[in-house]
Design a protein. Structure first.
Length: 271
C-alpha cells in the first residue's frame, strides 16, 4: 500500500494550490448520494425533499441520491410516497431515489424484489450494530469483532443488486472500541473486495471517514479499494439540512487517493 504522505486529520479542504489539484476529480464536489429525508426516523423533521433540493442547488450539487433507511421493521410503502414527492418537484439538481438497506446478518438482508425493480439504486449497510435487529458479535474481544465486521462486509459485497456499500467497515460511536480495526490485515479484506469488483459494487466515502480514531485503517482500506479498481460513491450521510451537500469535506481523502472523475460512482442514467 502506498504510504500516506500527510496526516489527513490536520488538513483542511481548500488549502491546496491549483497545481496539486490538477490530477484530481471535481465530480465529487457535485455529488451527494447519501441523504436522509423526513421518512427516516433519525432525520430532522425539516428534511423535506424541497428543502434538500434547495440546499443542494445552493451548494453546487448536481447529482442527489435519497437514501432513507430500510431496516427489518420498516414499512417500505413510504418509498412510493417519496417517489411521488420527487415527481412533483423540478429544478437543476438530478435526483435519484435509492435507499440505505440493512444487512441483518450473514445471509439475511431487507431488500425485496420490488425495491430492486423500482429504485434507481440500492446502497447497503453492514455495520448498523446499534440496531437490535442486526446480528451482534458473540463477544467484545478484538478478534471476534474484527471477524464479525469482516463477515458482514463480505456478505454485503456478495449482493449482486447492491450499488454501493455505505460507510464500509466503520465503527459507529457508542457501539464498539474501534481499535480492533488495526488488527485487520490488508489480506483479510481482499476476498470481499474481489467480490465487490465482480459485482460492480462501489465503496462510499463520506465525511464520516475523517474520524480520527479510525483514519489510519480507513486510508489503508481505501487505498486497497483504489488498487482493486473499485469506484467510490460520494455521500454526506446527512440527517440534518446543514449537512446536505457537504461533500467537499472529503477533499483531503480525494487528494490522498488521487481520484479522478472515472473513479467516482454514478447511478445508471446519470451520465
Amino acid at each position: 500500500m502506498a504510504g500516506l504522505r500527510v496526516g489527513l486529520a490536520g488538513m483542511e479542504p481548500g488549502h491546496y494550490g491549483c497545481d496539486e489539484f490538477r490530477f484530481m476529480t471535481s465530480l465529487y464536489e457535485k455529488c451527494d448520494f447519501h441523504v436522509h429525508t423526513r421518512f427516516s426516523p433519525c432525520a430532522s423533521p425539516d428534511m423535506r425533499v424541497s428543502s434538500i433540493l434547495e440546499t443542494c442547488a445552493g451548494r453546487g450539487i448536481k447529482y442527489l441520491g435519497i437514501t432513507d433507511h430500510v431496516a427489518a421493521e420498516t414499512d417500505t410503502r413510504f418509498l412510493a410516497e417519496a417517489r411521488r414527492e420527487l415527481a412533483s418537484i423540478d429544478g437543476p439538481v438530478r435526483v435519484f431515489l435509492g435507499c440505505e438497506a440493512d444487512v441483518l446478518g450473514v445471509g439475511r438482508h431487507v431488500v425485496t424484489e420490488e425495491m430492486r425493480e423500482t429504485l434507481d439504486f440500492v446502497c447497503v449497510s453492514a455495520n448498523h450494530f446499534h440496531t437490535r435487529s442486526v446480528a451482534q458479535p458473540e463477544n467484545g474481544s478484538p478478534e471476534t469483532l474484527g471477524r464479525h465486521f469482516l463477515d458482514m462486509f463480505a456478505y454485503a459485497c456478495s449482493l449482486g443488486f447492491a450499488d454501493f456499500i455505505a460507510h464500509p467497515l466503520m465503527v459507529f460511536p457508542g457501539t464498539f472500541d474501534p481499535r480492533f480495526l488495526d488488527l485487520i490485515e490488508d489480506d483479510d479484506v481482499v476476498p470481499a473486495l474481489k467480490s465487490a469488483k465482480r459485482n460492480n459494487i462501489a465503496m462510499e466515502i463520506s465525511p464520516r471517514a475523517l474520524d480520527r480514531e479510525q483514519l489510519y485503517f480507513r486510508m489503508r482500506f481505501l487505498f486497497q479499494c483504489k488498487e482493486m479498481g473499485l469506484k467510490f460513491a460520494v455521500g454526506s450521510d446527512a440527517h440534518r439540512l446543514e449537512l446536505v451537500g457537504q461533500t467537499r469535506l472529503i477533499a483531503p481523502i480525494v487528494r490522498e487517493l488521487q481520484l479522478e472523475d472515472e473513479d467516482i460512482w454514478l447511478p445508471r442514467g446519470a451520465d
